[in-house]
Design a protein around this ligand. Structure first.
Ligand code: 5GP
Ligand code: ZN
Length: 130
């Protein structure tokens, strides 16, 4: 896609701090990190959401995630890793990507959300199962 920022990074038209690369994916540092080492795992092919992924690709992405996690453990001494992937609402860049966010005991990372729109979990369970 010509106007896709991640496609431009894949083609080298926009620079990135790449920490892992193979034939299928690139992993590079997020330009606006939540924690030190905050990274994005991005397929080279322009895919938009998880719906467009093959089972082989899903498996490969998790294998790469494990490699990067080990790298971060050795080099950055991370205390944990939060894996997050947005589809639809909440997805700013419409080229599939997985956030690999290192966690540190003092990072104070929190999700801010609107508790007022929450309904009883029993009702949600019914909606999902009945
Ligand atoms: P989303 O909200 O789509 O799940 O996340 C998009 C992420 O891409 C954001 O965390 C944002 O900081 C990152 N991002 C957007 N543009 C660029 C860029 O040009 N370079 C890099 N390295 N990260 C980017
Ligand atoms: Zn793209």
């Amino acid at each position: 896609m010509d106007d896709c920022i991640f496609c431009k990074i894949m083609k080298g038209e926009i620079p990135s701090y790449t920490i892992y690369e193979d034939d299928e994916v690139k992993v590079f540092l997020d330009i606006n990190p939540s924690t030190n080492g905050d990274a994005l795992l991005v397929p080279k092919k322009h895919i938009v959401t998880i719906d467009d992924l093959s089972s082989d690709a899903l498996l490969h992405f998790f294998e790469v995630t494990l490699k990067v996690k080990k790298l971060m453990e050795v080099r950055l001494h991370i205390d944990g890793l939060t894996i997050c992937q947005n589809n639809g609402h909440g997805q700013d860049v419409k080229h599939f990507h997985v956030h690999l966010t290192p966690r540190y005991v003092n990072d104070n990372l929190k999700h801010d959300f609107n508790k007022e729109i929450l309904v009883d979990i029993a009702k949600v369970h019914e909606q999902l199962t009945k």
